[in-house]
Structure formats: C-alpha cells, structure tokens
Design a protein around this ligand. Structure first.
Ligand code: CA
Length: 219
C-alpha cells in the first residue's frame, strides 16, 4: 500500500513517514500544495493525506481539484482547526475522513486502513433500483464515479429498496465497528449523494425520515 502525505512541517512529515513505514504503509512526501497537487494527479495512491494550511495551494484546493478531475482516491484531511464546521465543509467537498492535529500515527494508520479496506462482497457486480445502476467494484453510479463511502451508502439504500434504513445501520455498515463514524458524517454523505442524483437527472430521491433514518423513492 502506498500513500501520498502533503505536509509543510518537514520534521513532522518525516516522523510520520517513518512510523507509517514501520506499520507497512509506503509514503511519498510532498512539502507544498503545488507539488502535492502534481503528485496527487500524476500518480496512483491508495490514500492521500492532506494538511490544510500549506504554501502555494491549500489542502482544500488540492482536494477540490482532485475531485473535479474525478480522482476518487480516499482523502484524509489534517488540521489544527478542529471545529465541526471545518470538518463538515471538507466532507462536503469530497474528503473521506478528517483528523485533528496533533494526532497519533497509530490513529492515522488505522484510518488509512479503514478507508482502503476492500469490500467483502466482491462477487456482487451490480445493484439496481429503478433508474439507478451501481457498479460496486468500480464505485460508479450510472457511470459516474463515487467515492468508496458514497458507493457503500447508496448500495445499502438501493439493497433495501424502499424500506427505512436507520442512521445507526449506515454507520455500522459503512464506518464499521471501530467507532470512527459520527452522526453528522452520514448527513454530509447523504447530501453529496443527493447532489449526484440530481446531476444524473435521476427520478430517485433520498427521503429523510426525521429522527429515524433514510429511504429511497422514485415516485
Ligand atoms: Ca501546515
């Protein structure tokens, strides 16, 4: 497994690289936003870790440009700004996880592994619901590239047809038993998927059932 870590504090970057490599994760380092963006676009990584405050381009800029180019590599944002708003705004822009500085390398390693874990049901090729077709292997919905987590969430909703899915069920299915998920993560992802459904001109809608969860409808 190989990741890109974009971090302008070189001493911190080298220390984290050393510890991640001891944990079996190979690390490419970049020390500014422009070089980071070039590497993110020009190479294939299993995961990309972005500090937010960087010279030249910010981590947020890199994230936005990557997603515009349909690069769906899982992204973890790092920042000393631990406010919920910062977290949510990055998840809305296509980040997969967010870690506040200072952090322990062991926690970063756990989150990288959680994001790069291969889905268990590899033999299920397609899931369909009304005008939607999800390819779970490539994480594409009607041909449009989703992030891994978006694909897992829409898969759960599509499999349940029009039955109610609770937030707790989605948290357990998508974020696993390691307790790294939070309620507000689910809402961010649902709003991103709604945007995608609109872009696809799909009849399918995700209905919020207040305090209970979500369900699909195509009426
Ligand atoms: Ca920084």
């Amino acid at each position: 497994m190989k990741i890109l870590y974009v971090e302008d504090e070189q001493f911190l970057a080298e220390a984290v690289k050393h510890n991640l490599e001891k944990a079996g994760i190979e690390v490419d380092l970049s020390f500014d936003g422009k070089d980071g963006l070039d590497k993110a676009i020009g190479n294939i990584y299993d995961c990309i870790v972005l500090d937010i405050m960087l010279p030249k381009f910010s981590g947020t800029d890199i994230l936005i440009r990557m997603r515009e180019k349909n690069i769906a590599t899982p992204v973890i944002m790092l920042s000393a700004l631990s406010e919920v708003e910062t977290k949510i705004s990055h998840l809305d822009r296509g980040a997969d996880d967010y870690l506040a500085k200072p952090f322990k390398t062991i926690e970063l390693a756990a989150r990288i592994r959680a994001l790069t874990r291969r889905p268990k049901e590899v033999n299920i090729a397609h899931i369909t619901y009304d005008d939607l077709k999800l390819d779970e292997g490539n994480a594409t919905l009607n041909g449009k590239q989703l992030t891994a987590k978006e694909a897992k969430i829409i898969a759960e909703l599509m499999k349940s047809k029009e039955a109610l899915i609770s937030k707790e069920h989605l948290l357990a299915k998508v974020w696993g038993e390691d307790g790294l998920g939070e309620d507000n993560y689910v809402e961010s992802y649902i709003s991103r998927i709604r945007k995608t459904l609109k872009e696809l001109h799909s009849k399918t809608k995700i209905i919020t059932v207040r305090n209970l969860g979500y369900k699909l409808t195509s009426k």
